[in-house]
Write a protein that binds this ligand. Structure first.
Ligand code: ZN
Length: 312
């Protein structure tokens, strides 16, 4: 502890890394965005360290003066060692990458890490002032983070909520995990970009929803297909853990309310003939995090705060 009370929270996505610097009361002092380095593990660690240096530099703070650095990162994160494995989108496989140990050495401050969906679920719980929710992260990958009865559910092997590898389309494309038609290959950001490339370099999801809103039949069909796959994930989550809220998050959710509406309509349609599903009202539990705020980065800050409490 250095007494500044400042913390950096990082949301390391498959494509982008976002870092925020907050003061002791959680007020945001600085923000920094960069592309995520993937390939060699060393490059990833260097790029995370560089993001921390950039965001602290904006407020003339040294990393060593921080209370700590929290990181939400794809893959399975060992809660004791902070080693990361199976971050397929970052090129990390079964060999553990010592994320926390290496960055603590490089930055000379405490580092806490967790799976990105877990971190975002913590952030969403904070932002929505809710203690029971599932955060469906739809970005480069697809995964669910669970805060149940106020506690993060990591799972016995740290794999709770790895729903991206739920096969939802037996005729779908092959997934890197070795199965066919996983949620991640039919409903992730890259999957949408393959079927509906943005022509202006912008977001393919936004382009798809804009085109669908004008009545373009192909776009409407693609939007319905996406909503159908996500509705399956929501139903699976709802029937498994029955959370108070189901948050649609990740890069794909940046289209906001239209996504909630599209998925909600599919859920309502499917609940039509089912008294059980109608009673569960899954559509009524869908929300998005307020625009412009990164649940992942806010949750990463929470990781450091809870680590500090645990050490007291
Ligand atoms: Zn898969």
């Amino acid at each position: 502890m250095t007494g500044t009370g400042a913390v950096v929270g990082l949301d390391v996505g498959g494509t982008k890394t976002l870092a925020i610097l907050v003061d002791a009361s959680g007020h945001q002092l600085a923000i920094h965005r960069q592309a995520t380095a993937s390939g060699a593990a060393g490059e990833l660690l260097d790029s995370i360290a560089a993001a921390v240096v950039s965001v602290t530099g904006q407020a003339s703070i040294e990393p060593a003066e921080l209370d700590g650095v929290g990181i939400g990162v794809p893959g399975i994160v060992d809660p004791v060692t902070g080693d990361v494995r199976h971050a397929v989108n970052l090129g990390i496989g079964a060999d553990a990458v010592p994320l926390v140990r290496q960055l603590e050495q490089t930055l000379n401050t405490a580092v806490a890490a967790d799976n990105d969906a877990n971190s975002a679920a913590l952030g969403a719980a904070r932002l929505l002032d809710a203690d029971d929710l599932a955060y469906l992260s739809i970005g480069t990958g697809v995964a669910v983070g669970l805060v149940l009865d106020g506690e993060l559910r990591r799972g016995w092997r740290g794999a709770a909520g790895e729903l991206g590898h739920l096969p939802v389309d037996p005729e779908g494309p092959w997934c890197e995990c070795g199965q066919r038609g996983c949620l991640e290959v039919v409903a992730s950001g890259p999957a949408i970009a393959r079927r509906w490339p943005a022509t202006d370099g912008g977001s393919p999801v936004a382009a798809l929803f804009d085109a669908a809103a004008t009545g373009d039949r192909d776009a409407v069909a693609q939007r319905e297909r996406l909503a159908g796959h996500l509705a399956a994930a929501v139903t699976m989550t709802g029937l498994t853990v029955d959370p108070r809220l189901i948050v649609l998050g990740g890069g794909v959710s940046e289209v906001g309310p239209p996504l909630v509406e599209a998925v909600g309509l599919v859920l309502q349609r499917r609940a039509g003939p089912s008294g059980l599903l109608a009673d569960l009202d899954l559509a009524g539990r869908l929300v998005v995090v307020p625009g412009g705020v990164s649940a992942g980065a806010v949750g990463a800050v929470e990781l450091v705060r809870s680590m500090a409490v645990a050490r007291r």
